[in-house]
Design a protein around this ligand. Structure first.
Ligand code: 5GP
Length: 188
């Protein structure tokens, strides 16, 4: 059943809440603590670079890194996948590259969602050619029903059903990224 749209919602489309802001905050704190434990031994020798995939990962990354009690480096990479449509084209392109080389560094790629897996598969292959010391993937969401490419998610927030979701970084036509919870579009 659809919950009422938030007061600032300019669209008539109602979003039903799938994951509350409180549940997200609790899970993100757990993931940050796990990353802290896993990378504490590694950061003494090599930089740990947290790479946010623009734009959907920005809110997740901002919350996640504040639960990582290590001096990580943050960088961003821009990837185009869907354009403004809600169906995967399978066509992936780097629209904005990293600001620095990652050779010899420990990389944590932060994604909003693994859907078909095409975007992250392409991205991980591309980053691997730059000879980092290691690469792991953190994704807030995973839609296993839609997966077409095998992708290992090392740090996963939530597994979700096959619905088009919005909020906490995820958009509909570039809007609603600032919704504090994850909702789904009931008429899509
Ligand atoms: P994939 O290549 O795995 O199919 O798609 C990954 C990208 O598609 C995500 O980073 C995200 O930008 C977009 N995407 C996939 N599923 C959804 C969804 O349910 N909602 C929104 N807003 N974007 C999605």
């Amino acid at each position: 059943m659809a919950s009422p749209p938030p007061a600032w919602n300019r669209s008539p489309d109602p979003f039903a809440e799938l994951i509350s802001a409180e549940a997200i905050a609790a899970r993100v704190a757990e993931l940050g603590a796990q990353i802290t434990t896993d990378y504490r031994p590694l950061i003494a020798e090599n930089d740990v670079v947290v790479i946010g995939v623009l734009k959907g990962s920005v809110i997740f990354l901002a919350d996640l890194v504040r639960h990582v009690a290590l001096p990580v480096v943050i960088d961003f990479i821009g990837i185009s996948s869907y354009g403004d449509a809600t169906v995967s084209s399978g066509v992936v392109q780097i629209t904005q590259d990293l600001s620095r080389p990652i050779e010899g560094k420990h990389i944590i790629v932060v994604e909003d969602i693994v859907d078909t897996g095409h975007t992250v598969h392409y991205l991980l292959e591309n980053l691997a050619t730059r000879r980092p010391a290691s690469i792991r993937l953190a994704s807030l969401l995973h839609k296993p029903e839609r997966q077409e490419r095998e992708v290992k998610i090392d740090y996963l927030g939530f597994t979700i059903p096959n619905k088009f979701v919005v909020g906490y970084g995820l958009d509909v036509s570039q809007r609603y990224r600032n919704l504090p919870y994850i909702g789904f579009v009931t008429n899509a």
